[in-house]
Design a protein around this ligand. Structure first.
Ligand code: OSB
Ligand code: MG
Length: 370
């Protein structure tokens, strides 16, 4: 593949509703879009960063720096046949998975467009629509939570994920379960607890949750294994699974039974497919998470979610759940039954709308081979 130019675009988009987790509240999201221009096509990828190092150590600023000063020069200086070579090319840089993932994604979109195929087909997808859920942030009151969940259930989401944190856990979950006895709920703690809080989880165990996501430290596997032995509810790992190697360690330890797969967290889609394959081999449930992406990241995530080993609804919600105005020409919506269809067409199946991108652009740079 001949790369003619790479564009790096810092975007800031205002969420319709502020999103509160155990590590903070986001009103605006800061992401980096990467465009790879090659032989007449432009492929797009997204680094699902934020402005602060709350979910991971990466921020929009670290990703900008690592891409500009290291990753983009490495890519422009090398010869690749396609997206599956990008991991090897970027390997001299340790860590910084979100910075790397956008570059691999953009190359993949360009490569698929040139081949006249979809990114989904290229990854091994076997479906044209996937079940999806929605993630509900910490709310100011229990009444507000009930109202919001009721709306999302009415829109048809296949499951509702509720963010929890110390002081906002057992009571809101009990209220929800009482209000909606049949609904599929799960909780996500974003690492807000320790084993000293065991009692909270043994209580939550009685509320028939589909899973409890990342209750303990962001880089822990061993305490999760300890807690999982005590609970009937499956534990799901998000932050702790940073690579296929970490997943194999989690399998060996019994740290959980479900994986939330976010390509940005594991350095890209090639590593994501390897993680998918290990989950299949070990009978782990798997779903594709989200990081409040724009339509570019959402399209890439949806393609991954169509792989056969993805067994549960993902955090891939409708455009209207996040944005007044997105930057792509496709409106992601729910089908009856709580599924979302993959956009049709080559690559990721969506196009960036230049005027909409312009409105959210903070800064932009273009790089060319020497
Ligand atoms: O832990 O899954 C998470 C958003 C930002 C950072 C971390 C998480 C989330 C979500 C939102 O839960 C999922 C979405 O994009 O809808
Ligand atoms: Mg999570």
């Amino acid at each position: 593949m001949q790369i003619d130019a790479i564009d790096q675009v810092h975007i800031r988009m205002r969420l319709k509703h502020p999103f509160q987790t155990s590590f903070g509240t986001q009103t605006d999201v800061d992401k980096i879009l990467i465009a790879v221009r090659s032989d007449g096509v432009t492929g797009w990828g997204e680094s699902p960063t934020s402005s602060t190092p709350g979910y991971s150590y990466e921020t929009v600023h670290t990703a900008w720096h690592i891409q500009r000063d290291y990753l983009i020069p490495l890519l422009l200086a090398s010869t690749i046949t396609g997206a599956d070579d990008v991991g090897r090319v970027l390997r001299p840089v340790r860590g910084h998975p979100m910075a790397k993932a956008a570059i691999e994604a953009a190359v993949r979109d360009a490569q698929a467009q040139q081949a006249g195929t979809s990114v989904a087909a290229m990854l091994g997808a076997t479906r044209d629509r996937v079940p999806v859920g929605v993630s509900v942030g910490v709310q100011p009151t229990e009444d507000a939570l009930i109202e919001r969940v009721e709306r999302f259930l009415g829109e048809g989401y296949a499951r509702i994920k509720v963010k929890i944190k110390p002081g906002w856990d057992v009571a809101p979950i009990a209220r929800l379960r009482e209000a909606f006895p049949e609904a599929t709920f799960m909780a996500d703690a974003n690492s807000a607890y320790t084993l000293a809080d065991r009692r909270i989880f043994t209580i939550l165990d009685a509320y028939d949750l589909l899973m409890i996501e990342q209750p303990l430290a962001h880089n822990d596997l061993i305490d999760h294994a300890d807690l999982q032995r005590e609970l009937a509810t499956p534990l799901c790992l998000d932050e702790s699974i940073t690579s296929v190697g970490r997943l194999r360690e989690a399998v060996a330890m019994g740290s959980g039974r479900v994986i939330n797969l976010k390509p940005g967290r594991v350095g890209g889609w090639a590593e994501s497919v390897r993680i998918h394959d290990v989950c299949v081999d070990h009978n782990l449930d798997l779903w594709v998470g989200g990081m409040l992406e724009s339509g570019v990241g959402r399209a890439h995530n949806l393609a991954l979610a169509a792989l056969p080993g993805v067994t549960l609804p993902g955090d891939i919600s409708a455009t209207a759940r996040y944005w007044h105005e997105d930057i792509v020409d496709h409106d992601f919506t729910l089908n009856p039954g709580g599924t979302m269809s993959l956009p049709k067409g080559p690559g990721i199946g969506v196009q960036v709308v230049p005027a909409a991108l312009e409105r959210v652009t903070v800064r932009r740079e273009t790089y060319r081979p020497a």
